[in-house]
Design a protein around this ligand. Sequence first.
Ligand code: ADP
Length: 460
Amino acid sequence: MELFKKILIANRGEIAVRVIRACRELGIRTVAIFSDIERESLHVKLADESICIGPAVPAQSYLNIPAILSAAELTDSEAIHPGYGFLSENPQLAEACTTSGIVFIGPSAETLRMGGDKAKARQIMKRRGIPVVPGSDGPVASEELVMKIAKKIGFPVIVKASAGGGGRGMRIVNEEEELSTSFHMAQRESLTAFGSSELYVEKYLSSIRHIEVQIIADGKGNVIHLGERDCSVQRRHQKLIEESPSPIATEKFRKKIGELAVRAAKAMKYRNVGTIEFIVDQDQNIYFMEINTRVQVEHPVTEELTGVDIVKEQIRIAAGFPLLYKQNQIRASGHVIECRINAEDPDKFIPCPGRLTQFMPPGGPGVRIDTAAYSGWVVPSQYDSMIAKLIVKGKNREEAIARMRRALDEFVVEGIKTTIPFHQRVFTHPDFIKGNFTTDFIERISRQPGNGAKPAEALG
Ligand code: ADP
């Protein structure tokens, strides 16, 4: 068996750069694709070859399956790495690859379909005895049915898009009177964002943590987990900070959530890397939420904690190699935290694209930067606003926090606004330092000026 000679990366930004780096170390040649406004992007400069596949609008370039496949064929690429976002969870790309004799670096089209239908994934887990948040058994077609279920499980509930992602297409319903409006709003939002109006409903749990588990499966029966990541620091259901270990995890908890994740992966006949997302309530009850069938933004947290190169594993597994590790060979050490640095106004969280007149990331012991940004580069307005991930490792949480503060202070970005000042405030908040936070942390501290918190507008 051999690794690939050439891989096309169907993505842009920091994740394209991350994949190119893994390929370079594995001796694999790379092909970058780019839209016509991204000629000067770092992923284009770092790849061995590059090919323009269309205009800036994603539908005509980074989401354009025929253009991507033609680029792969033209360059004799043997495999396509989809990164995250864009087409990474799209079964049509996986199928089109198979038809063209190109390897899709990810799970099978069937698994992508199961994972992409969140109502269905819930059903599969429930049948396998994996706890899910109380709610509907599959999709709910009518407002009346949602009302019936909501009355049974009790308000508040959350209606969610079966095809949802990125925190979109979901609405919290606090009481009966709000249900009709919320149901129709969620339906409309989901139809616009995902092309499907199918919804399902769950009990809305308060004071919860979002804890997820990285899994790797080689499709030959070996499935292992690489521990948990706590992603509870969120704004509008979108992750801002991720860390591992979770401040609440005991050895017993880790074993339990890890085993659940492995069972969930097996239930989906999983192959390649993936993440099982759970909700954990105050009594440490664990509920399956969804499966992400791709590499996650926050994968470096686990890489730094365990020493496993998740992107190289993705490539090796897609090439047909068995897993390099057994569960008992996975060793976690220290504490790792990641901040997502976005090109956004740190007070209002609105995008702030433009030219980076200065970009000087921090360095020194225990600091990793994953970025495609450089001084002089223009952050485009057409794509995601995340421009860098700052990952730090310390021997314990205390050292990791001190290191993150030091690294954030060193980070110089000029020409645009970023969320660095927001992170600086979170890393001095007493509750964050104590590890005492749930998914409503940012909203909660924004409402409570004083008590150690910064003014409301300052925390968004
Ligand atoms: P997406 O795929 O859009 O990211 P998720 O289903 O992963 O959506 O949920 C995103 C976030 O929304 C979670 O991390 C959590 O903070 C919140 N959330 C989702 N479901 C519930 C629920 N039943 N109760 C409370 N919060 C929830």
